[in-house]
Design a protein around this ligand. Structure first.
Ligand code: TGC
Ligand code: FAD
Length: 390
């Protein structure tokens, strides 16, 4: 079957600039030529093609909206289109890019000292170095404000103790952005380098979702981090949550990519698969599913395009990002499940990409704030009442 077509039912193409289209097409071509031939094997093996990371850097994917320090300085719509194309390949590929960009380079750029920016941003932009982001803990996922990880000042170092769980790229990261509480009860960010005594990692196995992505546990046992590795520009939960705005924005676009890939595949399959002497695409119930998918994909495309324009104008609110993440990921998950159904038994094997997208999207629904947490963020915004108890 043809790899990808392009879902554009509402001529959204015309709303993009030539530069935005060029960036998208370059990433799309690369994903088709270099990534798709590898992904099924990595998915089976539960590995990530780490050798592609410098290539992503070369293409300007990492920290693409940042200016200077070797970053591409693209607008947010172009960045979103990159995320869409990477996730048409696999959610794990988009994850690697959004963690590096939104969760590692963004906090260094927004909250870091000049020396930290000069040291890390060019290396991360080029993909010569890899970063990870440690917020979630075994006992604190949706409620990171209650984290247990502690950073205590001792002489010329902060001493970190605690555990971070479910950390993308944890074991391959050269630098980990770790969020911990000091004795004043406030949360601060620290850059912890790989090899720092007291810092160890362990990969999580047995995943049925995000198999082509590395997910790790990070442990800190009396881990001494130099004073100059603290991010000086932020204090409180607003620090990590500010980073999540960036990554959630990328996920809203990425989910559309996974949905487009699933829909494209199901449409072609339905046109070719014959039952009762006719292509299954001719049956009304199959058409209803395909129509639902293309309609919801179109609405999601418009949602994230307008969000990108708002972001470029400096007007996007975190609650609007929550709406796009919540809606688009649910849409993508429903699309992938319907596409899997249209493929019948063929839908359960990895010869077709649909089941891989479907399983990945279970994670995407959960990470970066679960679907229900985003519902409650929007609920708080529109009603003025918090369901979180504050
Ligand atoms: P709350 O009282 O709402 O806020 C505390 C402070 O933070 C500020 N704030 C934000 N700032 C920037 N951006 C946002 N989106 C913000 N949301 C809140 C807020 O103004 C306040 O500031 P200040 O100065 O007044 O103190 O805090 P809360 O404890 O009630 O929590 C609210 C809640 C539940 C919405 C929040 O904790 C939350 O979003 N939970 C979800 C956790 C989450 O998303 N974790 C993601 C971990 S990283 C990850 O999953 C990476 S996956 C990577 C991949 O592979 O792609
Ligand atoms: P919980 O918070 O325990 O939630 C369990 C269920 O309870 C959910 O359905 C949730 O919606 C519901 N719930 C919780 N609170 C409420 C409430 N107040 N009202 C209603 N329902 C509620 N984290 C990082 O820090 N860095 C990473 O790089 C990272 N990468 C990840 C990669 C993968 C593959 C996965 C699976 C997770 C990753 N995470 C990462 C962690 C992720 O952000 C958390 O899993 C997520 O925030 C949810 O936390 P939890 O799993 O502890 O679920």
């Amino acid at each position: 079957m043809e790899k990808f077509r392009s879902v554009d039912y509402y001529e959204i193409e015309d709303l993009l600039s030539e530069d935005e289209r060029m960036v998208r097409d370059a990433i799309r071509d690369w994903v088709e030529a270099e990534f798709l031939p590898l992904v099924a094997e990595h998915h089976r093996a539960g590995t990530f093609p780490v050798e592609l990371i410098p290539k992503l850097g070369e293409m300007g994917v990492f920290g693409a909206t940042l200016r200077g320090y070797g970053c591409a300085g693209l607008n947010n719509v172009a960045y979103g289109l990159i995320m869409q194309e990477l996730e048409r390949g696999d959610s794990g590929l988009r994850s690697a890019a959004s963690v590096q960009s939104g969760l590692v380079m963004y906090p260094i750029s927004a909250y870091g000292a000049e020396a930290q920016k000069e040291r890390w941003l060019p290396e991360l932009a080029s993909g010569r170095k890899v970063g990870c982001f440690g917020l979630t803990e075994p006992d604190h996922g949706s409620d990171p404000g209650a984290m247990k990880t502690r950073a205590r000042r001792k002489g010329d170092a902060f001493v970190l103790n605690g555990t971070k769980l479910w950390i993308t790229n944890g074991s391959i990261a050269d630098v980990a952005v770790i969020w911990a509480k000091e004795d004043d009860g406030e949360i601060y960010g620290y850059l912890v380098e790989r090899g720092t005594p007291g810092f160890s990692t362990l990969d999580i196995h047995g995943k049925f979702s995000m198999r082509a992505s590395i997910t790790s546990e990070l442990s800190f046992q009396d881990c001494h981090v130099p004073l100059e590795n603290k991010l000086p520009g932020v204090k409180g939960l607003r620090g990590p949550l500010g980073c999540l705005n960036q990554a959630r924005y990328g996920i809203a676009w990425g989910a559309v990519g996974a949905a487009m890939a699933s829909y494209d595949w199901a449409l072609q399959y339905a046109q070719q698969r014959v039952q009762f002497g006719r292509p299954i695409a001719s049956f009304q119930l199959v058409q209803r599913k395909l129509v639902w998918m293309v309609t919801e994909i179109t609405k999601a495309q418009l949602l994230c395009l307008q969000l990108g324009r708002l972001k470029d104008a400096g007007k996007a609110r975190p609650q609007q990002v929550s709406m796009a993440k919540m809606n688009n990921v649910q849409m993508a998950l429903d699309t992938a499940r319907m596409a899997r159904d249209i493929l019948g038994a063929a839908g359960i094997v990895d010869e077709h990409p649909v089941i891989r997208h479907m399983l990945n999207l279970e994670t995407v629904n959960t990470y970066e704030g679960t679907h229900d947490i985003h519902t409650l963020i929007i609920g708080r915004d529109i009603t003025g009442f918090s369901a979180f108890g504050d």
